[in-house]
Structures are given as C-alpha cells and as structure tokens.
Design a protein. Structure first.
Length: 115
C-alpha cells in the first residue's frame, strides 16, 4: 500500500487531519491501535475552544455540533448550590467556547470518513 501521508492515531486530531487532507486531494492512511468501537465510545473532553469550532465549521463537520452544542461566554464555579464565582472567558480571552463532547465529535469525524 502506498500513500502520501501516514497519520498515527484516529482520535480527533488524526481524524480531522485525514479529513482535511482528503478535501485537499492528499491521500492519507490513519493507523490506530484501538478498536473503532473503543475510539468512538470512550469518554473524553466536553468543551471545544472557539478555534476548534471554526475549523470544524470550515471543514463542513458542524451540523450536529450546531444542533446539540451549547455556546458559552464563561463558566461558573458553584459551591453549596450557589454560584461562587464566574470566569468570564469571553471578557478575558475575547472568544467563547462550546460544550460539545469529544465522543460526539469523534463520531461525526468517523461518519464523514465513512461517506
């Protein structure tokens, strides 16, 4: 087998890189040591930085993310059932973030690869 690019790891970074290369006409192969079922169902991070949201949008991988994700300006620290402190990410960093689980994002990436 011959390919232009070999990618080690079928997690979000490897899967997204493969998708972007394919869209640019570059042949690649992704090598993953874990089973597809394991990669698709392991629980990982639940928040996407805004740059990642923009990359997924530009790659056309945003339909489910837009429908199920939630945009946030910051995060509240809660103690005893009351908000103790709010970290205003938008004010301090100048961008928002989205809560959208890495498991769902991984499923979206695999679904795009299966087309």
């Amino acid at each position: 087998m011959r390919t232009q690019v070999a990618i080690i790891g079928a997690g979000p970074a490897g899967s997204l890189l493969s998708h972007l290369l394919h869209r640019s006409g570059v042949d690649s192969i992704v090598v993953e040591r874990s089973s597809r079922n394991h990669v698709l169902n392991r629980t990982r991070a639940g928040v996407l930085e805004w740059g990642s949201v923009e990359v997924l949008r530009a790659a056309g991988l945003n339909a489910r993310m837009e429908a199920e994700g939630h945009v946030h300006d910051g995060a509240a620290l809660v103690w005893g059932g009351r908000e103790a402190f709010f970290i205003d990410i938008n004010r301090h960093v100048g961008s928002q973030f989205m809560s959208y689980g890495q498991t769902k994002m991984q499923q979206d990436l695999y679904a795009a690869a299966d087309l």
